[in-house]
Design a protein around this ligand. Structure first.
Ligand code: FUB
Length: 320
């Protein structure tokens, strides 16, 4: 027993020395983090988050970079640094808000919200890399979406929170928006739209759309109301028609946003989200957490409670 404990302690210390994070929620304690987006490849989870740099007295969001963490088991996380920053986009001026990633033809495409330097309002850029941990470079040299391209809502922050999805037939879609949910098809080059920008008519949509597919059903989850709760719809295709399915996570206590991402990993299903439960947390000092859940037999998602413990370890045999 003593030997086992000694070995366990040695492994734990080695993990800490390599920069591995602790096991429970919130996932990361050294930084305030927000707006999770997750990508799985070769049994490894790549978790992208915005870095909340606001001081306790900051009256607004302060985010300049995205960070990426990896895990082989959903329990132990390794900090891989910042693979892309708002300054990666020379036409932008800060506001590294929510982002999402996908892989196509061996390259990783990172879609991200930033503030446009010359066209008033938020915008969406695309960065590209040969590795999911970066470094990423601007793939276009200009914004993919600017505020003047979408006139449905008279606000400067309606072009935020890009969510990218590639269907089994290879067609890629970008969903995004605040107040009005928008989407468009992407060309195979992943840096241009293929057709017009469409809208999805829905009640109480706030932001944080996220499209995933599970057992042949398409799930469009999003933040609803304000303060936000996480809700979702299902449909038979990547563009619907959508059926509202209800709320799956309740609003947070100390922060009005919640921003989810839903993935399958190593045979189980998980939802990432943020709250403000890290000591010192607040509206602009958020912290990312994760929960495991099981789909109901009819494919619906159950209501998911936030926990301190987070999921049990789920070690992937193929993780390197
Ligand atoms: O982090 C800034 C904004 O807060 C995100 O774009 C929204 O989804 C909300 O979480």
């Amino acid at each position: 027993m003593k030997n086992k404990l000694t070995t366990f302690a040695a492994v734990a210390l080695a993990g800490l020395a390599m920069g591995a994070a602790q096991a429970a929620n919130p996932l990361f304690t050294k930084l305030f983090t927000a707006d999770p987006s997750a990508y799985v490849e070769n049994g490894t989870i790549y978790l992208y988050v915005g870095h909340d740099e606001a001081t306790p007295k900051s009256p607004d969001y302060v985010l300049n970079e995205w960070r990426v963490y990896t895990s082989c088991d959903m329990k132990n996380w390794t900090d891989r640094g910042s693979p892309v920053q708002a300054s990666t986009f020379k036409w932008a001026r800060g506001h590294a808000w929510a982002a999402d990633i996908t892989k196509r033809d061996g390259k990783y495409y990172f879609y991200s919200t930033v503030d446009h330097a010359t066209i008033p309002g938020h915008a969406i850029g695309v960065a590209v890399s040969d590795s999911p941990t970066g470094p990423f470079v601007d793939a276009r040299g200009s914004a993919l979406v600017t505020n003047d391209m979408t006139l449905q809502s008279p606000i400067a922050w309606d072009d935020i929170d890009p969510a990218v999805f590639q269907d089994d037939d290879g067609q890629a879609y970008l969903y995004w928006g605040n107040t009005v949910l928008k989407y468009a098809k992407l060309k195979p080059n992943m840096i241009e739209f293929d057709g017009p920008i469409q809208t999805v008519g829905m009640d109480m949509f706030t932001e944080a759309s996220y499209l995933h597919k599970h057992n042949g059903t398409y799930y469009l989850s999003y933040s609803r109301n304000f303060p936000e709760e996480t809700a979702y719809m299902t449909g038979p295709s990547a563009t619907g028609p959508w059926r509202y399915r209800g709320v799956i996570m309740s609003k947070n206590a100390k922060v009005k946003t919640i921003h989810q991402a839903i993935i399958d990993f190593n045979g189980k299903s998980y939802i990432f989200y943020h709250n403000a439960k890290l000591p010192g947390g607040s509206e602009y000092r958020r912290s990312v957490a994760v929960e495991e859940f099981q789909y109901n037999a009819d494919g619906t998602i159950p209501f998911i409670k936030q926990t301190k413990e987070g999921p049990a370890a789920n070690p992937s045999a193929t993780c390197k």
